[in-house]
Design a protein around this ligand. Structure first.
Ligand SMILES: NC(=O)c1ccc[n+]([C@@H]2O[C@H](COP(=O)([O-])OP(=O)(O)OC[C@H]3O[C@@H](n4cnc5c(N)ncnc54)[C@H](O)[C@@H]3O)[C@@H](O)[C@H]2O)c1
Length: 349
């Protein structure tokens, strides 16, 4: 009979099933609203975090990335992939899991699925940026790319910004049909559009969230009128972009962490001295956000480790007092810390 694991061996694990139960328990719009505030609270203490571009392993099919950060007390990392051809094989383009740990002793605090959580945190991050950069009173949003992230994006913009109408376009009409169906009871007015030009007509916020393995041009310069806020969240890899460079030439561009975005973002098309503002500076008052109603603001979002840190900490706090996790025996923790081998031997007794 192997010895039972010590209490320290156990780490709370949030499975996909439990993540979904948790979201339904609190309500998706409540979760998106609170997560937006949680991400913003961490962006407001930007200096406290360790920051580095994510570690990316590229292949012909896609990318696998590790995204670590720490605020000195808590450490987190996310494992995430990006494989644009996956959907054709019935797989997710983006799948992820992540871990929170105590800096003090390195012991994990929580392991969690992050495919759902990434969609939630990306929508929350988009809403955070739009809250400060979108034109005042924005009511109409265009959503170009109606894949896995789309509904989360629409609901976060509804909850946080007060968006009332979402105009959808995808090169695959089935993706748009799916999104129309899923948002039918959302309280949003949904308009399915046959092309991107029609989708962005009258939109205050234009979100691009497509997956392609190329320099794609989802939006061209003549399509983008004065005063819009562009939330460009797809692409996100060297060699993968969504916007024509002429749009960037006319936009005031905000990024998460400049060294990472120079490698992965829309701005990889521009010269190294193309001016950008790290979004946290708008929150701290070190930089201006939108300064005029005719300005085009661009949030060139690639997804940054601090957003995952915020999301994991938010979920960890929400778990307390609930049953939305399993304890998994993840850490070998012998009574005598040096007797790891003895622990192995006793397991065979
Ligand atoms: N910035 C972030 O933090 C963040 C987070 C998650 C995902 N992403 C990125 O967002 C993108 C989309 O992710 P997803 O999980 O929704 O992928 P997905 O594969 O589920 O959906 C992508 C959709 O884009 C559509 N599409 C492709 N080319 C198009 C075009 N030219 N015009 C219109 N639609 C087009 C596809 O038909 C598909 O429906 C990926 O590039 C992913 O890496 C970014």
């Amino acid at each position: 009979m192997p010895p039972s694991p010590s209490p320290l061996a156990y780490v709370p694990f949030v499975s996909v099933e439990n993540m979904m139960r948790l979201v339904h328990h609190f309500g998706i719009e409540t979760v998106l609203g609170e997560l937006t505030d949680a991400v913003e609270a961490d962006f407001r203490r930007w200096d406290r975090f360790e920051k580095s571009p994510r570690l990316a392993s590229h292949s012909a099919e896609g990318v696998i990335e590790l995204m670590p950060t720490s605020d000195g007390e808590i450490y987190s990392f996310k494992y995430v992939n990006g494989h644009p051809s996956n959907t054709a094989k019935g797989l997710q383009t983006v799948a992820a899991f992540g871990l929170l740990a105590k800096v003090e002793n390195g012991y994990p605090l929580m392991l969690a699925e992050m495919t759902m959580l990434t969609a939630l945190r990306t929508a929350a991050t988009s809403a955070m940026a739009a809250r400060h950069l979108a034109p005042r009173g924005a009511k109409v949003m265009a959503m170009i790319g109606n894949g896995a992230q789309a509904e989360f994006q629409a609901l976060a913009m509804k909850t946080v910004i007060g968006i009332e109408e979402v105009r959808l376009f995808d090169i695959d009409p089935k993706a748009t049909e799916k999104t129309v169906r899923n948002l039918a009871d959302s309280g949003l007015r949904i308009v399915a559009c046959g092309n991107a030009e029609y989708a962005i007509e009258g939109a205050d916020i234009v979100t691009t969230c497509t997956a392609d393995k190329a320099y794609a041009t989802i939006l061209t310069d003549n399509m983008v009128g004065a005063g819009v806020h562009i939330n460009a969240i797809g692409g996100d890899c060297p060699g993968k972009t969504e916007l024509h460079r002429d749009i960037l030439a006319r936009s005031t561009t905000f990024v998460e962490f400049e060294p990472q975005t120079r490698i992965e973002g829309e701005i990889q098309q521009m010269a190294a001295d193309y001016p950008v503002t790290e979004f946290w500076q708008v929150l701290s008052g070190d930089a201006e956000g939108r300064t005029d109603a005719r300005q085009i603001t661009l949030f060139d979002s690639v997804g940054f480790a601090i957003e995952d840190f915020s999301a994991l900490r938010y979920i960890h706090a929400k778990l307390q007092g609930t049953e939305f996790f399993q304890q998994i025996d993840m850490l070998a923790d012998p009574d005598d810390p040096r007797d790891l081998f003895g622990m192995l031997q006793r397991a065979n007794a």
